[in-house]
Design a protein around this ligand. Structure first.
Ligand code: ATP
Ligand code: MG
Length: 393
C-alpha cells in the first residue's frame, strides 16, 4: 500500500515576497506535468505548502525519482492520512505509519504534534505524550529521545490528520521557468551537460545548440548529444536543441587560418552563432561548460579572446572554478556521466592542432580572421538556414 499524500517542502521560494505565488504556481505546474504519466495526482497549494494527493495506485519509487528531479523541491515527505479525527484513529494511524515506513524499529523517536483544530480534545503536548506512549507500548524496540531523535513523527490535526516522518531529499534550486532563458552550448562531453544542469537549477529555462561536423563526426555522435539533452531535460523541462551543420565553416577556417589558432577561431564563430540563435529565441545569456585551464582554449587569455567575439549576451560558465573530478561527481549524480564518456568523436577534437596557442592575442586572432572575409558569409548563412531542430523531453 502506498502513501495517499506527499508533502512537498521548498526552501528558497518561500523567501521571494510577492513573487512567491509565481514560484509556487510554476512549481505546482511542473509537478503536475512530471507526475501525469505515473497516475492520477492532484497537486494543490495550501497553508504555504504544496500537497500531492494520489487518487490512484502508483509506483512509489518512480514518483519519488521524478520529484527528486524537480528544481525548487528541497524535501518530499510521504504522508499517511487519517480521515476520522478521533484519538483512537490517530494512534492507530501512527502505529501503521511506523509499521509500514520502517523495516527495523530499533531507533529513537519523538512525536511532534500540532493541533490546528483547537476543539480537538487533547492539546499538542498531550498528543505528543500519549501518542509517544502508544508507540512505545506497541513497538518494544523503540525508545524516546526528545533532544536528538533518529525519527521525528509529525502529526498535524486538521479536518483530517497528517502523519509523516521521512523527508526524502529534493534537488533544491528554483523552479525552471522563473528566471528567464539561456542558450546552452551542448557538446558530447562531460562538462556542458553539468553546466546546463546548474543553470537550470537556478530556475532558468534552456535551449541548446550543438555544432555538428558530418561526415567527420558520425550519426552516433549526434545521437549522443540528443541523449544528453534528453537527460538534462528530465530536470530542465523540454529542451529545444538546435543542431548546426558546422563542417563547411570549419573547413574554411582550417584552410584559411593558422592551425595553432583553429580552436580559438572556431569557438569565436560558435559563440557568434549561439548568440544569434539565442537572441532570436529570447535568451538572456549563453552557457558553456568551460573550466579555467582545462585545455588550451580555456586559459584566461583564451576565454577573454573568445568572449570578445560577441557583445550582446553574457557567457555563464558554472563549471569555471571546478576541478574535473568535481564536475564528474555532479555528472554521475545527475546521470549524464555514462552517456558523456561514450567514445564518439567531437567536432573540436578532429581539427585540433598539436600545439594550440594558450595565450592568444586578440589583435592577432582578429587579423587571422580577416582571411575569412568574403569566404564564410555564405556558409554562415547556409548553416543558419539549415539548422535542424530536435525537441528533447
Ligand atoms: P565538454 O566536456 O562540455 O565537451 P570540453 O572539456 O570538451 O567540454 P571544449 O571542447 O573546450 O571543452 O568546449 C568548451 C565548451 O564549449 C563546452 O563545454 C561546450 O559548452 C562548448 N562546445 C564545445 N564543442 C561544442 C560543440 N561541438 N557544440 C556545442 N558546444 C560545444
Ligand atoms: Mg568537448
Amino acid at each position: 500500500m502506498n502513501y495517499k499524500m506527499l508533502l512537498i517542502k521548498y526552501a528558497e521560494i518561500g523567501t521571494k515576497g510577492k513573487n512567491r505565488y509565481v514560484f509556487e504556481d510554476t512549481l505546482c505546474k511542473r509537478i503536475r506535468q512530471r507526475l501525469k504519466p505515473l497516475g492520477d495526482f492532484e497537486v494543490r497549494r495550501e497553508y504555504g505548502r504544496i500537497f500531492v494527493d494520489a487518487h490512484s495506485e502508483y509506483d512509489f519509487d518512480a514518483v519519488i525519482e521524478r520529484l527528486s528531479q524537480i528544481f525548487g523541491i528541497c524535501g518530499i515527505c510521504p504522508v499517511d492520512v487519517v480521515e476520522d479525527v478521533t484519538y483512537e484513529q490517530i494512534s492507530e494511524g501512527c502505529i501503521r505509519h511506523i509499521e509500514q515506513s520502517y523495516e527495523k524499529k530499533n531507533f529513537t523517536f519523538k512525536v511532534n504534534a500540532r493541533r490546528n483544530d483547537k476543539t480537538f480534545a487533547k492539546n499538542s503536548m498531550e498528543l505528543n505524550q500519549d501518542l509517544g506512549a502508544d508507540l512505545l507500548n506497541h513497538f518494544s524496540e523503540l525508545s524516546v529521545d526528545i533532544h536528538k531523535p533518529d525519527v521525528t513523527v509529525y502529526v498535524e490535526v486538521r479536518n483530517v490528520v497528517l502523519i509523516y516522518s521521512k523527508i526524502l531529499p529534493g534537488p533544491g534550486g528554483l523552479p525552471v521557468g522563473t528566471n528567464g532563458k539561456a542558450i546552452t552550448l551542448l557538446s558530447g562531453g562531460i562538462d556542458s551537460p553539468v553546466a546546463a544542469y546548474m543553470i537550470a537549477k537556478r530556475g532558468v529555462s534552456l535551449e541548446a545548440v550543438y555544432f555538428n561536423a558530418p561526415p567527420y563526426t558520425s550519426e552516433r555522435a549526434k545521437k549522443k548529444v540528443i541523449d544528453l539533452a534528453t537527460e538534462v531535460a528530465q530536470y530542465a523541462g523540454v529542451l529545444k536543441l538546435h543542431i548546426v551543420n558546422f563542417t563547411e565553416l570549419q573547413l574554411a577556417i582550417y584552410e584559411n587560418c593558422p592551425h595553432d589558432e583553429l580552436t580559438i577561431i572556431m569557438k569565436r564563430l560558435m559563440y557568434r552563432m549561439a548568440e544569434e540563435i539565442g537572441l532570436a529565441a529570447d535568451c538572456q545569456c549563453i552557457v558553456t561548460g568551460e573550466s579555467i585551464g582545462q585545455v588550451s582554449s580555456q586559459t584566461t587569455h583564451s576565454l577573454r579572446v573568445i568572449d570578445h567575439a560577441i557583445s550582446e549576451l553574457p557567457v555563464m560558465r558554472p563549471c569555471i572554478g571546478m576541478d574535473k573530478q568535481e564536475i564528474i561527481d555532479i555528472s554521475e549524480k545527475i546521470g549524464t556521466y555514462e552517456t558523456s564518456i561514450l567514445p564518439y568523436e567531437d567536432c573540436c577534437t578532429i581539427f585540433v592542432d598539436k600545439h594550440p596557442v594558450t595565450r592568444p592575442k586578440l589583435e592577432r586572432i582578429e587579423a587571422s580572421e580577416k582571411a575569412l572575409v568574403g569566404k564564410i558569409e555564405e556558409l554562415y548563412k547556409k548553416a543558419m538556414d539549415t539548422i535542424e531542430v530536435v525537441y528533447c523531453r
